[in-house]
Design a binder for this molecule. Structure first.
Ligand code: DGL
Length: 266
């Protein structure tokens, strides 16, 4: 088990923000990543569809016998975490949503938190529920930002179009007096610079990737599953469509050499 990879999935490139954090926290672990690029975006789909995709994605990772599964997708964490848990039997599963909620609840000083995410995540109110479970006094204000996902998938990291869209989406939530803003979609940290510039320096931005990475490290340590090796390996990347495009985006976002990306059928 120790030698088995950490399995991570998302609808597309968004989960790479989690891969980056895992690599920093656990440099000697093997990483297996699946991006369901044939069916991205998930956040505009119905709950029934997202739950079906979650089962397929888990089955895909299970073929490679991972030791843990990280759901690097807020939409799946919000709508279908139980599906992932059921589909992988005894394996530990950790999702980005609870980690992000915990981090945000611990950081806010004025108890007013903004959450931005996909339409599906925002409609589920999963962040509001998770945050209020930790502290019922916190007020949560949510805003769906559906265009952020295709902008990230296109690599429009610091593009004027992204700035315009960010100004439009964030104007209302900025008037709620929030002191903390959760990036409740793993694609959004790719656009972090623009989001930060739009909301200004007073607001603390929460990216759940680091929290998930720390949680994963603790979990692997507690269960004696940390890798023994001291060699770093490049992640094994799987996608369901357009491997070349994924490879280019990987390089742009991760800043490392063009990796091999394997095309798989879900
Ligand atoms: N990155 C995913 C999330 O965190 C999914 C985005 C999408 O495919 O719409 O919600």
């Amino acid at each position: 088990m120790n030698k088995s990879p950490i399995g991570i999935f998302d609808s597309g490139i968004g989960g790479l923000t989690v891969v980056k954090a895992i690599q920093a926290a656990l440099p000697f672990e093997r990483i297996l990543y699946f991006g369901d690029t044939a069916r991205v975006p998930y956040g505009t789909k119905s709950q029934v569809t997202v739950r079906k995709y979650a089962a397929d994605d888990t089955a895909m990772l299970m073929r490679y016998q991972p030791k843990i599964i990280i759901v690097a997708c807020n939409t799946v964490s919000a709508l279908a975490l139980d599906v992932v848990e059921k589909s992988c039997g005894h394996l530990p599963v950790t999702g980005v949503l609870k980690a992000g909620a915990r981090l945000a609840a611990g950081v806010t000083r004025n108890k007013r938190i903004g959450v931005i995410g996909t339409q599906a995540t925002v409609s589920s109110n999963a962040y509001g529920l998770a945050i209020n479970q930790l502290n019922a006094e916190i007020e949560v204000f949510s805003q769906a930002c559906p265009l952020f996902v295709p902008l990230a998938e296109e690599g429009f990291i610091d593009h004027p179009a992204t700035k315009l869209v960010a100004a439009e989406y964030l104007s209302e939530i900025m008037q709620k007096g929030i002191d903390t803003l959760v990036l409740g979609c793993t694609h959004y940290p790719i656009l972090r610079k623009v989001i930060e510039e739009t909301v200004g320096p007073e607001i603390t931005i929460i990216d759940s990737a680091d929290a998930v990475a720390l949680g994963t490290k603790e979990l692997l340590m507690e269960s004696g599953l940390l890798a023994f090796t001291q060699t770093e390996s490049t992640p094994h990347l799987l996608v369901s469509d357009l491997p070349q495009k994924f490879s280019t985006l990987y390089q742009l976002f991760m800043g490392s050499a063009m990796p091999d990306v394997e095309l798989v059928e879900v």
